[in-house]
Design a protein around this ligand. Sequence first.
Ligand code: NAD
Ligand code: UD1
Length: 337
Amino acid sequence: MKILVTGGTGYIGSHTCVELIKNKHEVVIVDNLYNSSIAVLDRIEMISGVKPKFYQVDILDREALEAVFKDNKFDACIHFAGYKAVGESCEIPLTYYKNNISGSINLYELMRKYHVDNLVFSSSATVYGDDFEVPFKEEYGLGTTTNPYGSTKKMNEMILTDLAKADKDFSTVLLRYFNPIGAHESGLIGEVPNGIPNNLVPYIAQTASGQRDFLRVWGNDYDTVDGTGVRDYIHVVDLAKAHVLAIEYAYKNKGSEVINIGTGKGYSVLEVLHAYEKACGHEIPYKIMDRRPGDIATCYADTEKASKLLGFKAEYDINKMCEDSYRFTSLNPDGIK
Ligand code: NAD
Ligand code: UD1
């Protein structure tokens, strides 16, 4: 397939491009480089042997985006482009709604105009909110989101589900990611946080390398194995492989499907910290703090639907996730240049 990948130079997008190329798909990337570097294209080539065609285009720029559709006959699209910082989305909600909703609608309208019928969308476990019992099952539907970022994911899910109902040629798979971490094992691509990281593993990585003094553990009084929050961490390469299966599924089946992508197993903050200590070979300082507002105790996926529909099963464990994250951070202390 010839696949348009929006946000393809970003963290999950770059790993997905590598897996798509490995599976003989042709990749065309659209990214405005707001949160990624052009050098990622060379890194993708170093790993896969192919440098994807690239357009530096903002999906909010309808004319420029349309020019990409005129230039190329796509079979499918994987849509990663968007803003993703939860805290920032509370401070500048309109910027988030504009980019993640208006930008996405531009893309969906052009997909319909140019008869690109198959889409995979990056959703998030955040759409379950704190309304349901673990493991989170797709059939629970949408919960109450707690921040504008989460609401943009929920709204995109609603828009795409309605679109697939109205337009019988259109097919979409909405992937609800749990917590993607890790990096490609080459150490060439990985997550480059923008400023002080909010997410656990990027913060641990910077603490391990001495850029931060200590990890702040947000609460140790939850009803979990050791009192710290439990999440379903998934290796980004496993997640990337799930996208290949999902876009191939969308191509063969009409309608819309929501699918969790996680491992089905939860790890506590301290368990992740200790796995990272093993990976980097030294202790990582931490302090227990109050709970972070908006956090839930435990979150992990029911993975049965991913297994049944896509034949997907995550392969890598928490140790491999931490080893690959550490390798990438050590090899690229200043990001991807
Ligand atoms: P990322 O920031 O690394 O990648 C997103 C890419 O989109 C970046 O390269 C950025 O430059 C680009 N982009 C942003 N706005 C754009 C615009 N208007 N036009 C063109 N390009 C634009 O993020 P990621 O971690 O790779 O996440 C990819 C997607 O997955 C996002 O939609 C994110 O919300 C979603 N997601 C991420 C996580 C996670 O933990 N990383 C979890 C759940 C869902
Ligand atoms: C967060 C977002 C979620 C988003 C996801 C991926 C919130 C409430 N949720 O999920 O919407 O989809 O990131 O971007 O922000 N922790 C610490 N110290 C830290 C950082 C985190 O103890 O410095 C703990 C948290 O309390 C949590 C766990 O580590 O228990 C994971 O946190 P994080 O990586 O931020 O992911 P989520 O909160 O699950």
